[in-house]
Ligand binder design. Structure first.
Ligand SMILES: CC(C)(COP(=O)(O)OP(=O)(O)OC[C@H]1O[C@@H](n2cnc3c(N)ncnc32)[C@H](O)[C@@H]1OP(=O)(O)O)[C@@H](O)C(=O)NCCC(=O)NCCS
Length: 177
């Protein structure tokens, strides 16, 4: 079951088909595509439909990040769970007008809580492109550990780029300050 989660300012909830009109202009900017691996640019209605279908697959917990105050969509966040290893990869993005207000950190902290406490995961990890230190800062603020750099691990827009890997173990979550 895909959950609905709440934080002080945010509601993280399952996507619905009627989200697409609001989603397209937010996810469709070059800025959002430039630092993400799987967001196409340009991003079409067909891409959005394919994403919504993918979000139904087992192991995918993709949620719309919305503001509790007025229900507006501001971005997306997800865990890709691998049951065999009891681990999951965390990913997130926000529409440009919503950057720099702590929303990614707030949403991600709740996803970590959900992953460790509700799903009983052993490990959660995330990675970011070398040219996206903002995301590295989010992961540090969450208390994740920088585990290394996978050199030129990924290809983005015809360039090989380093991928910085971060992770947290269940015990580290339990022992956090
Ligand atoms: C990455 C992203 C999700 C960050 O969201 P956000 O809500 O702005 O992040 P937060 O406000 O929670 O935290 C950002 C932190 O990065 C810091 N920061 C901003 N620009 C920075 C830079 N160039 N270098 C280092 N840190 C930077 C901010 O100061 C803040 O840290 P602070 O609270 O200590 O001041 C958002 O920029 C985004 O959606 N980008 C496009 C998609 C993307 O890159 N997704 C992640 C893929 S790994």
């Amino acid at each position: 079951m895909i959950p609905t989660l709440e934080t002080t300012r945010l509601r993280l909830r399952p996507y619905r088909e009627d989200d697409i009109a609001e989603l397209l202009p937010l996810i469709g900017t070059r800025e959002v595509a430039a630092t993400t691996l799987r967001i196409a640019h340009p991003y079409t209605e067909q891409d959005a439909r394919a994403f919504l279908a993918l979000a139904q697959e087992p192991g995918k917990i993709w949620l719309a990040i919305t503001l509790r105050s007025d229900g507006r969509q501001i971005g997306g966040i997800g865990l890709r769970v691998d049951d065999q290893h009891q681990h999951a990869e965390l990913g997130y993005w926000l529409g440009v007008p919503y950057w720099g207000q702590g929303y990614a950190t707030e949403a991600s902290r709740e996803m970590l809580r959900y992953g460790f406490e509700d799903l009983g995961l052993h490990r959660i990890f995330a990675s970011h492109f070398e040219h996206n230190p903002t995301s590295g800062r989010v992961l540090m603020k969450l208390g994740m550990r920088h585990e290394g750099c996978r050199r030129e691990h990924l290809r983005k827009w015809d360039r090989f780029v380093d991928s910085e890997l971060y992770g947290m173990l269940r015990q580290e979550w339990e022992n956090r300050e």
